[in-house]
Design a protein around this ligand. Structure first.
Ligand code: GLU
Length: 445
């Protein structure tokens, strides 16, 4: 029998100074510990010890030259966490805050997220502490080349398939794939998020944002409510927030905020026109990491240094960074009458914020369910690459919608509590966990 306190103490001893990884495991454990303790097979197989230890981790040096001819050195990583149900799959994050602990938390979350997508993908994550902010295009290119020169030793279309994450978009995937192809002389589905002319899937850039809104629409309907007319706050202004703004508008809701590290924008008219969506892409492409110019461009309000969680809305969607929404933010949202919170960033809410929403019976969609649309379409890109085919936008979008609906059903079936409250956190964790744990039993150790 597992006791959470003892298990976590041992995990912390083995993984010192990795608070995000500890947080991610602790949250999953809260949901699955009873399931494990009630199953002698899981107990005998030491499932918890095994699922919390990555299969292997690669750490490497990335040397590159900046525009001044000065040599720079960064850390590169790939965490291959669990491949019980398919090849390792998960993005690459380029951000100065990246540490091994960050990537272990993201890789761990990815195991369950990928399991929820219904597609055969294991969990992995990688990246670097490289800071893309203010870097020129040729610096990005040189960094990506050097990064892939090392990474290509450890990945392959049937082994480990990286993709984008924060700081890694279609441009970076292009440079990374170019170097992989140069070194390996092969055109395969080794990365996803590729350009549409060279093996990428349609809808992949939109997938995470679209997916979270399809999921949210199912949550709202499950509560006999309508998505149309909802007032929404979103954080972030990157690829995920962009797709979310588009789909929310198409489904008849109004997104009134976006944000960046510099503050948030309040746009009472809604981030709801093609011009505004295109402008978000321009802001992102500028590599300056600021959202303020949006206010000047569209006559919206800008609140420097603040987060959007003080705005009165029906639904809130953290779409930026881990732990971006804390307990105080959760209290503000609940006090102002928020009806649903859909976490779209990976572990976007602190544990006490999540618990506060649940205590207040606010339907709360966890990131590993709500943001799974991105990796789901990556899985569909892998299928298309393997078949040497490409599907139309409509086909991919239909499949994405179906997957998000299946994820929602899995959460409802594993997470509905005796009083009828749907605990989506519990539902997602249990559904994602069982499939991987059962595969581990089938495969032996
Ligand atoms: N980085 C994304 C995630 O957090 C996408 C991963 C992928 O497409 O492999 O799920």
């Amino acid at each position: 029998m597992y006791n959470k306190k003892d298990f976590m103490a041992e995990l912390e001893r083995k993984n010192p100074s990795e608070p995000e990884f500890i947080q991610a495991v602790s949250e999953v454990l809260d949901s699955v510990i009873d399931v494990v303790n009630n199953d002698p097979e899981y107990l005998d197989a030491k499932i918890l010890e095994r699922i919390t230890e990555p299969d292997r981790i690669f750490m490497f040096k990335v040397e590159w030259e900046d525009d001044n001819g000065e040599l720079q050195v960064n850390k590169g990583y790939r965490v291959q966490f669990n491949n019980s149900i398919g090849p390792y799959k998960g993005g690459l994050r380029f951000h100065p805050s990246v540490t091994l602990g960050t990537l272990k938390f993201l890789g761990f979350e990815q195991i369950f997220k990928n399991s929820l997508t219904t597609l055969p993908m294991g969990g992995g994550k990688g990246g670097s502490d490289f800071n893309p902010k203010g870097k020129s295009d040729s610096e990005i290119l040189r960094f990506c080349r050097s990064f892939m020169t090392e990474l290509q030793k450890y990945i392959g279309p049937d082994t480990d398939v990286p993709a984008g994450d924060i700081g890694v978009g279609s441009r970076e995937i292009g440079y990374l794939y170019g170097q992989y192809k140069r070194l390996r002389v092969e055109n395969t589905g080794v990365l996803t998020g590729k350009g549409r002319n060279w093996g990428g899937s349609l809808i992949r850039p939109e997938a995470t944002g679209y997916g979270t809104m399809y999921f949210a629409d199912r949550v709202v309907k499950e509560h006999n409510d309508t998505f149309e007319g909802k007032r929404i706050s979103i954080s972030g202004f990157g690829n995920v927030a962009w797709g979310a703004c588009i789909k929310a508008s198409q489904l008849g809701a109004k997104v009134v905020t976006i944000s960046g590290p510099d503050g948030y924008i309040l746009d009472e008219e809604g981030v709801s026109t093609q011009e505004k969506w295109d402008y978000m892409l321009e802001l992102r492409a500028s590599n300056n990491d600021v959202v303020k110019p949006y206010a000047e461009e569209f006559g919206a309000k800008f609140f420097p240094g603040e987060k959007p969680w003080g705005e009165k809305v029906d639904m809130a969607f953290p779409c930026a960074f881990q732990n971006e929404l804390g307990l105080e933010d959760a209290k503000k949202l609940v006090a102002s009458g928020v009806k649903y919170v859909i976490e779209t960033s990976n572990m976007g809410c602190s544990t006490d914020a999540v618990n506060y929403f649940i205590e207040n019976k606010i339907p709360f969609g966890p990131g590993k369910a709500a943001n799974a649309g991105g990796v789901a379409v990556s899985g569909l890109e892998m299928s298309q690459n393997a078949m040497k085919l490409s599907w139309s936008s409509e086909e991919v979008d239909e499949k994405l919608k179906g997957i998000m609906s299946d994820i929602h059903e899995a959460c409802v079936s594993e997470g509905t509590e005796p009083d009828g409250y749907i605990n989506y956190v519990k539902g997602a964790n249990i559904a994602g966990f069982k499939k991987v744990a059962d595969a581990m039993l089938d495969l032996g150790y």
